[in-house]
Design a protein around this ligand. Sequence first.
Ligand code: SF4
Ligand code: SF4
Length: 449
Amino acid sequence: MKKKISKLQIFRTIVQIGFLIFYPGLFILTFSQLSNIYSMMLKGKFNFIQAFPTITAAATFLTLTLVLGRFFCGWLCTFGAINDFIYLISKKVFKTKFRVNPKLDSILKYVKYVVLIFIVTTIWTTGSHLFSSASPWNAFAEITQFPQVLSDYTIGFAILVLIIFGAFFIERFFCRYLCPLGAVFTILSKLRIFKINKPNDKCGNCRLCTNNCAMGISLYKTNKVSSGECINCLKCIETCPRSNTQAEILGEEVNPALASSFAIIAMTGVYSISNLAATPVNNVTTASTGNNSSISASSNTNIANSSDDTNSSNNANSSENNTNSSNTSNSNNSSANVDNTSTNSSAADTTNSSSSSTKNQYKDGTYIGTGTGFRGGTTKIQITIKNGKITNLQTISSQDTPQFYQGAISTISDEILSSQSTSVDTVSGATFSSRGILEAVQNALSKAK
Ligand code: SF4
Ligand code: SF4
């Protein structure tokens, strides 16, 4: 018998495809927003105005998840959608559904908390970029530049392949077992008021809802789905032949299509508004005094006056990747050192690649450079050099998605100013924006010679 596909699932698939096309980086953005807020607080550099767009978007996603549950996961997240699509293909190819033993499944679901704890305590806390090349999200975000992904994110790409392989056999493999953002959402959504109600006394023995649950929840055991694992895909509602599975808010039955539309509009709306709010923030940027020199911060409109904590930063490890989109003809790891503290001999200069000892290599003044950001957009940055040091970085314009750009510029400008070098890592989740910024700074420095 041919299985009927419900209107709600068609609607969900359309929404997923739409987000895949128009907001492909939403997952990475949301996760990097949490990372940004965390690292700002950790470094004691929390600046509310600068962080406002980030906080608004992150708080909205978290609050909506707290109240309504994981609509983000079931409907909006690109990574989740990819898992769904791969599994769909697998079902068509193998004509069967693979299942994991429920006991093993419930144990494996704890792995994502281990991943989350590891990322927070190791990567976020130390500010290490060592794992950037191991990030499957970075590899995924740049998959269109396949050869570069293979060289820059070799481990990340290998993990991505494993994730895709897993998604072939287990529905929502990544979401169930590995996603650190999913771990946060699982905890939060435990308290949601939007629930799936399924009175057992009216149930037959078909277990269709359980068999069709994307997250492997044993619905047959429960009267109400209170598990934080539920991603509100609503498949269980439409598979029940007795219409015994309903969506409800605070005990009142609600139309699931309406509830999901509301959640999607709310999340998309706030994301767009916070993007708009981030736009003016992009036009003013970070200033600093470089190291502990006597140069004062410049007088222009700096909202993120990140008086740097000199050498507490992690710039020592700044070598490994991704500054290779320089406007110059050099290949990988192009960098420009203003101060001579580094032993790094790389150079943005096309003519002089050997002069790393370069105090006063650059003339004092302000210089504007351009770089290529996300999807070929132009990033224009003004730098100020005083006593041979970069003392100020200011965005003149950027065509990148504001939130990605904001995440990149706030981190990268800090690192350039404190290390006095463009040999810094790109920001995970905002690689293209990072490259545009680094390229623009290198371009400006090349004019300061
Ligand atoms: S669990 Fe993670 S990857 Fe899966 S949908 Fe949620 S945020 Fe996206
Ligand atoms: S309980 Fe229902 S809504 Fe939740 S994940 Fe399972 S099938 Fe989807």
